[in-house]
Design a protein around this ligand. Sequence first.
Ligand code: G3I
Length: 481
Amino acid sequence: MSDFPLSAGGARRPLSGPRRALTAGALGVLGVVTALAATLPANAAASTLGAAAAQSGRYFGTAIAAGHLNDSTYVATWDREFNSVTAENEMKWGPIEPSRNSFNWSQADQIVNHAVGQGMKVRGHTLVWHAQLPSWINSGMSASDLRSAMTNHITQVMNHYKGKVFAWDVVNEAFNDGGAVGTLRDSIFTQKLGNGFIEEAFRAARAADPNVKLCYNDYNIDDANANKTRGVYNMVKDFKARGVPIDCVGLQSHFGNPPSNYQQNIAQFAALGVDVQITELDVGGSGSTQADAYRRVTQACMAVSRCTGITVWGITDKYSWRSGDTPLLFDGNYNKKQAYNSVLDALNAATPNTSPSPSATPTRSPSASPSASPSASPTRSPLPGGCSATIKTINSWGGGFQSEVTVQAGSSAVNGWTVKWTWPGGQSISSLWNGRQSVSGSSVTVTNESYNGSIAAGGSTTFGFTANGTAATPTATCTSP
Ligand code: G3I
């Protein structure tokens, strides 16, 4: 088996202090130190999970089941607290392609359209999984028939949700529980296509949509040293080495307690050059024990810059797939539990994330070849009552770059903002987060999302984007109504 840096090399240090110092230093060289460094710890505590996560450039999502959308408190809580969603069942192969090449989009569309209307992110779950398969996938199929059914399924579903889904669980739960490192679960896919079905699925997914994050998602890969984790780690490392497209690993995190090396585990995956997302979090228990476990999970994610978001597997205990364990953040009457408060506090305590990357990496990971020195656009003095915007290059690579834009309020609070700039040399945005863009030729206009339009006097918020072309830091203007 290939090498596996357990306690030795994989873990990254928590980033708060060192990263803050680095950021301040880089900006100081550019003469804009006071604009951002002074505001890093100054975010007012947000009062909802989504808004709190957004302060560090992350999302906080929930699984949603279409069957509960007639519960008005369920929908109101979703809208108020979360800025990302995963369909609990509606995008799975059986529900969405019940007959071959005949798709039933209605329930998944209900969830996705609502989310998009609310400015939320959408995680796609899941394209290839041994469970919840339609009955027409069966052992009578030949390998080539199954391969073409799989490719068609991936292509059609990804095309349907192109531009709406930011990350797909391309393959779900392919590894064995227990057993030797790297062994796969027996399924129709291994039987007909062999272990290479995972790679085939990821390649088909990249061909279907080059602009979406492609994730491998599994449970019981939370312990850095577990055999199952080691198998997934080795696969990701191998994929990266051979250029098989993979952008993220999803740690489902259904447990009663995070393992003590949970943060190390997140960090060792991130060190391979993939994002990590906590995708189906639910923690059995109650009271302070449960709250403490949730806090440790949240802190672990916040400590690793490539841990880009957390999704809990449902809103309320009453609809949880493991309701007997009362594993969620709201009780059966939608009261916030102690665990809710510990998560909110941990999200609010996070330092801004300098490298969230919700879109697919265009050709290779930006972190693989970071630009030598980040650059920033000239700072503009905030007008009294107005706002200013500064564009900073976070990363660049052949043919693309990633930027962060800091929007700062002047001497009065801002309620809604619009940032504009003009590209100097044909650049184009491939993906943008924490803002809404409209483009006209080389002119770009970005307005706030519902959750980050309000900035306290002197405070700031950020949005980010990846773009094609040569890294540029044009001067940006900011206006507020
Ligand atoms: O919709 C039908 C309904 O028409 C029928 O009358 C009823 C009878 O049993 O079944 C309903 O479907 C159920 C579906 O949930 C919707 O409620 C399925 O039986 C049931 O098996 C299915 O369970 C889902 C489970 O995945 C299937 O494996 C859970 O809701 C869902 O939370 C769970 O989610 C999985 C993730 O996708 C992957 N990781 C583990 C996670 C928890 O098991």
